[in-house]
Design a protein around this ligand. Structure first.
Ligand code: CP
Length: 304
């Protein structure tokens, strides 16, 4: 039995398999319509979510399975003080696989150590979000046709943005990937990600506060929301929240085949006017997330 807590729990070969499986699901959905008949997915979300929880649930339904959903921590026995470990042991009695989001870093790992069914980390605090990375990888694969030889700009809240940490981890295993890290000083990439992933793998990177100056060199621009829920005080959030706002004018110097990504939800960091630009890929990312979660559920449930 395997869980996925960190994107590095999956080898490069397994990521390729998942991308291939997702592409096959897109091409032949009817082949997969009953693959998980009789199986149940439990979605345990202790933090708000639209895309991740509903795409997991849509994924399981499209595989012919069923869903047990806990979308509000206040309505579960966690509100009475039940531990993550006991919750995981309990849900293992009802479901075949668990997707868990939790505000505390490491909570899905604790769940996986206590559950008797696979656990998928659906986002833990400011730490990791591996299934968003699966959505991102399918998007990059379909839009760019490669993971090697790309320059990826990450812009916004690189400190708390867990999707950034997971995608950097995943891309660190490919060749000739250059990272351009664009953020205010206070929201720079955590040093553990820089040291343990970027520097350890001898990857090329630059850090800047100026999005416009680096725009022409990017193949991918990954915008992120400033994570209000992780700030200790509102004043700092208000000061930093609009540090970067992508507009059609700012895209004028970008490559014609730039891929603009965002894990969503967006607040203000991409102007709605950018949505009509063919380079805007963030709603494709949403759909790709469902297909990659279908592929991951099949893999972890060992469905052929
Ligand atoms: N990208 C993402 O995790 O979105 P949700 O918070 O809506 O699940």
């Amino acid at each position: 039995m395997r869980s996925v807590i960190d994107i590095l729990d999956l080898s490069v070969e397994e990521l390729d398999e998942l991308v291939a499986c997702a592409n096959d699901i897109i091409a032949n959905p009817e082949k997969y319509a009953h693959k998980c008949a009789g199986k149940k997915l439990a979605t345990l979300f202790f933090e708000p979510s639209t895309r991740t929880r509903l795409s997991f649930e849509a994924a399981m339904y499209e595989l012919g399975g069923n869903v047990l959903s806990m979308s509000d921590a206040k309505s579960s026995s966690a509100a009475k003080g039940e531990s993550v470990a006991d919750t995981a042991k309990t849900i293992s009695c009802y479901a075949d696989i668990i997707a868990m989001r939790h505000p505390k870093e490491g909570a899905p790992l604790v769940a996986s150590m206590n559950a008797t069914v696979p656990v998928i980390n659906a986002g833990d605090g400011g730490h990791n979000h591996p299934t968003q990375t699966l959505a991102d990888l399918l998007t990059i694969s379909r839009e760019k046709g490669r993971f090697n030889d790309i320059t990826v700009g990450f812009c916004g809240d690189l400190k708390f943005g867990r999707t950034v940490h997971s995608l950097i981890s995943a891309l660190s295993r490919y060749k000739n990937v250059k990272f351009v890290l664009i953020s205010p000083e206070e929201l720079k990439l955590p040093s553990y990600v820089k040291k343990d992933i970027i520097q350890k793998n001898n990857l090329e990177y630059v850090q800047t506060t100026d999005l416009e100056s680096v725009m022409p060199e990017l193949d991918i621009l990954y915008m992120t929301r400033v994570q209000r829920e992780r700030f200790f005080n509102e004043e700092d959030y208000l000061r930093l929240k609009d540090s970067y706002i992508l507009t059609p004018e700012k895209l004028e110097t970008a490559k014609k085949d730039l891929c603009v990504m965002h894990p969503l939800p967006r607040v203000n960091e991409i102007s709605v006017a950018v949505d009509d630009d063919p380079r805007a890929c963030y709603f494709k990312q949403v759909l790709n997330g469902k297909f990659m979660r279908m592929a991951l559920i099949l893999k972890l449930l060992e469905v052929k």
